[in-house]
Design a binder for this molecule. Sequence first.
Ligand code: AHR
Length: 648
Amino acid sequence: MRFKTVFIAAILFGIFLSENAQAKKGSSKAISPDLFGIFFEDINYAADGGLYAELVQNRSFEYSLSDHNGWNLFTGWEYITKGYGYGTISVETGSPVNPTNPHYAVLKIEDVGQEGTGLKNSGFDGIPVKVGEKYDFSVFLRPVSDNSFPVQVKLVGKKGVVLGETSFSTDSKGWKKYSATLTVTQTDDSAGLIVLAKAKGTLAIDMVSLFPQNTFKNRPNGLRADLAQTIADLKPKFMRFPGGCLVHGDGLGNMYRWENTIGPVEQRVAQRNIWGYHQTAGLGYFEYFQFCEDIGAKPLPVVPAAVSCQNSGGTWRIGGTGQKGIQLSEMNDYIQEILDLIEYANGPVTSTFGAKRAEAGHPKPFNLEYIGIGNEDKQTPEFRERFKLIYDVLKAKHPEITIIGTVGPSPKGEDFDLGWNFATKLTVPMVDEHYYESPEWFIANQKRYDSYDRTKSKVYLGEYASRGNTLFNALAEAAFMTSLERNGDVVHLASYAPMLAKEGHTQWNPDMIYFNNTTVYRTPNYFVQQLFSVNQGDRYFSDIISTENRQDSTLAFSCVRDNKSGDVIIKLVNYSKTEKNLKIDLSAFKGIGTKATLTQLTGDANAKNSFESPSNVSPSNSELNAPKRFSYSTQPMSLTIIKIKGNK
Ligand code: AHR
């Protein structure tokens, strides 16, 4: 017994000594293990026409003028009467597949012609297909006349070559889903999908869909593989979704309501996207949760705080409505909707919403730990009243979930101050700060969090970017990110924004990843995010790195340790035009060798990547000998990561 006590005391003393040894050379502190994650918003065609792998645009004839100037129910479609067919086409709502998806096309064929009569879809700027790959086609059909319809489906290349085809006949009087797989015989970046009916009569058509089988992790109704992989390569600790302004919406009717986005896709509620296009909700809450799990990121959904965007109808529409709140008499139902979301994510399969998750193919919970309420909302009495109603119930019913409040769109100002005071009063665990500023601002504000009150709410830096995609922009962000690590005890989460942007459909610049239908390129900002993300630690150490000139303001650095692997990770940012020498003293660390990997991101300050030169700025790797004490000379305009392998 006595031996045991002495033994335990010796171990505790050993731990104390080793912590103290670490503290001797520089103190250390625990920092958030979830610090670097990602922000996904359906802006810049990030979802439909982007990450969501559906290749047919306006698949359910729901587009409208209110989505985008000049759009209508037939946008994306062409009426085909090849071979002298004759008839009419219309869009109707009388007897839809589902009332939540009200419109469908009706083909009235009077003369079939030699090739049939039907519709052609040109996708989102063309349908890209690859030779040898398989594509899943599906359509809902309902004969209105009393006859069956032979149907032919063709993928046609931009020069008119047939790249794949299939035929079948309708065999039901009511709506029925018909599916087929097409194998493509030739690569084409701009194919079209043709659906032809080959009998006289009237045929209703809806939910015309074409998906590559090769989606990310081969998930049905899945995500575009190359884009999803680019995101997965960031190895984010969390993913925020579905926005941004998209969450609180352009007017009350445009809020993102999570329940509208689950279940069979033909039952989901499509709606106008606040960024001037359309969202099918094909990429909905199930797919978001599934993607988070697939890439090892904790899900961080943001729900509206029961108020619409204060810019509603203003920035986007004439005669703005401004911020509007859900009627107080409807708040109980609205709060229940958020509780249902938590149940959908975490509830047992025996619960109502846990059962819906299981039905979608995921009986296990998604382990929701964080939830955001509101996005950049104006701090009005209406907002506060509704936020508090939601907050009080969530806090009481789900103390295990970290609730994140909102403090406006800027790093300071009225909403920021009011938001912080309100959050402090309510003791909200975390608040969501946003800022888009110049690179110089990021460099000048590296001390921002050094003086934050550690007893108040923690910070989620939910959106930030330095207004540009040059290497200098990325390095300014990198310098700032070393300060986030230094303050990782108060800043618990951070995500660059926005993440995705499609060529020709970009409403917001800069972004982290640019893509078109066939290519993806990563910006220097992407590589900075990636290098910080894959090199995170859970303990921060000060005084490990020193400069020749203590006042040098063109250098930023940090040192963290990952307790799991034992790796010690040094990050050095030199945003000057000259080489800079630094001293690194690792003598405080036990359990490391002298082998280190060296990763560098460097180049001309104005260097960028592009579709033509995707790797103009990209990291290079080599090895380095890292004795207990050594000097290291950083390249001008560089981010250097030195990872010293732990012995664990
Ligand atoms: O990231 C783009 C937009 O910027 C977000 O939707 C909004 O939250 C912020 O103003």
